[in-house]
Design a protein around this ligand. Structure first.
Ligand code: NAD
Ligand code: UDP
Length: 339
């Protein structure tokens, strides 16, 4: 099936293009390259032997979307990754985040509806869950009370898509709540290259190991967790990509709205991840203990039972795989896709 992948040149989008091709689908990527490099899609072609048709354009622009759907009248469903995703930046530039993330979703759904394509998978996040839930987080755990505009934009997009599915029973909407995506394609050809100083843990660890950063600051070691550092559910990006293929199958069999966690169900502390990285790769990651980062939770991990039962999906890669593949990508591409 032809699948329109918005944000297809990005980190998760490009890995999902590989997984879609491997499952026999035909992805088409639409991306304005505001946070990516089209080289990622050339690497998809190297890995799979298939070129991904690419349109450079803004998903907020209905005229662009009209052209895409007119040129590809046989698109069967859309995976909507396109969005801005930096939590800190969203606090500084809330209007940019609300405009881009909400307008892209609304424009996309309007144009899809006009073309009779009523199947969409949306990239949501564990950040939509409220802070006072019991762990692990289930899809019916409480949502809302987000701590930043990025989180609210995901929460609002979920609500918009839910309302669209309620208003017209022909729609099928899958909301995927990702936990902490990390890792890279095992070939070392594709991975994540954050702009500037990474704010996420895994890219900071790998850039420290390669010598680009002097040392990692561990934000707090006095949390109520086994070793005092924050616990998260890290998930390999290839597992996440496979989760989207499972969601495409679900879309074809169901209408209405469904939400799924994509996580491993296993919590991992900052110190555990640092030590796993050192052991898996035979490197040292210098670190220092720093104050807690504002807005951080002690612990956040998924209950992935529903994804297993209803999507037939389960994470396969473990912590060692995540660390090895991140390092393989980092060493082979110290400047990401830039060279
Ligand atoms: P990414 O920045 O690598 O990919 C997003 C892509 O969307 C980029 O290629 C960017 O150029 C493109 N884009 C942004 N706005 C656009 C627009 N208006 N029109 C066209 N293209 C646009 O990020 P990612 O990590 O691959 O994340 C993909 C999606 O998953 C995002 O929606 C993100 O919020 C969500 N998500 C990511 C994480 C994570 O930790 N990486 C966690 C939860 C959810
Ligand atoms: N973290 C850290 N140092 C860093 C970046 C992150 O100690 O430089 C910690 C952070 O406090 C949290 C965990 O690593 O406990 C994961 O943070 P990340 O920003 O990667 O993801 P989040 O779950 O916050 O979205």
């Amino acid at each position: 099936m032809k699948v329109l992948v918005t944000g297809g040149a990005g980190y998760i989008g490009s890995h999902t293009c590989v997984a879609l091709i491997e499952a026999g689908h035909q992805p088409i990527a639409l991306d304005n390259l505001c946070n990516s490099n089209p080289e990622s899609l050339r690497r998809v072609a190297v890995i799979t032997g298939c070129e991904v048709p690419f349109i450079q354009g803004d998903v907020c622009d209905e005229a662009v979307l009209e052209q895409v759907f007119a040129a590809h009248s046989d698109i069967g469903c859309v995976i909507h990754f396109a969005g801005l995703k930096a939590v800190g930046e969203s606090v500084a530039k809330p209007l940019d985040y609300y405009r881009n993330n909400l307008l892209s979703t609304m424009s996309l759904v309007r144009v899809m509806g006009r073309h009779g394509v009523k199947k969409i998978i949306f990239s949501s996040s564990a950040t939509v869950y409220a802070a006072d839930n019991e762990m692990p987080l289930r899809e019916d755990s409480k949502t809302g009370s987000c701590t930043n505009p990025y989180g609210w934009s995901k929460y609002m997009c979920e609500q918009i898509l839910r309302d669209v599915a309620k208003a017209d029973s022909a729609w099928s909407v899958v909301l995927l709540r990702y936990f902490n995506p990390v890792g890279a394609h095992p070939s070392g050809l594709m991975g994540e290259h954050p702009n500037g100083i990474p704010s996420n843990l895994m890219p900071f660890i790998s850039q420290t190991a390669v010598g680009k950063r002097e040392k990692l600051s561990i934000f707090g070691n006095d949390y109520d967790t086994p070793d005092g550092t924050g616990v998260r559910d890290y998930i390999h990006v290839v597992d996440l990509a496979r989760g989207h293929v499972a969601a495409v199958d679900h879309l074809l069999r169901h209408s209405g709205e469904a939400v799924f966690n994509l996580g491993t169900g296993r919590g991992c502390s900052v110190l555990e991840l640092v030590h796993a990285f050192e052991e898996a790769n035979g490197v040292t990651v210098p670190y220092t203990i720093a104050p807690r980062r504002s807005g951080d939770l002690a612990t956040c991990y998924a209950d992935p039972t529903k994804s297993h039962t209803e999507l037939g999906w389960q994470a396969q890669y473990d912590r060692v795989d995540m660390c090895r593949d991140t390092w393989n990508w980092q060493r082979k591409n110290p400047n990401g896709y830039d060279e």
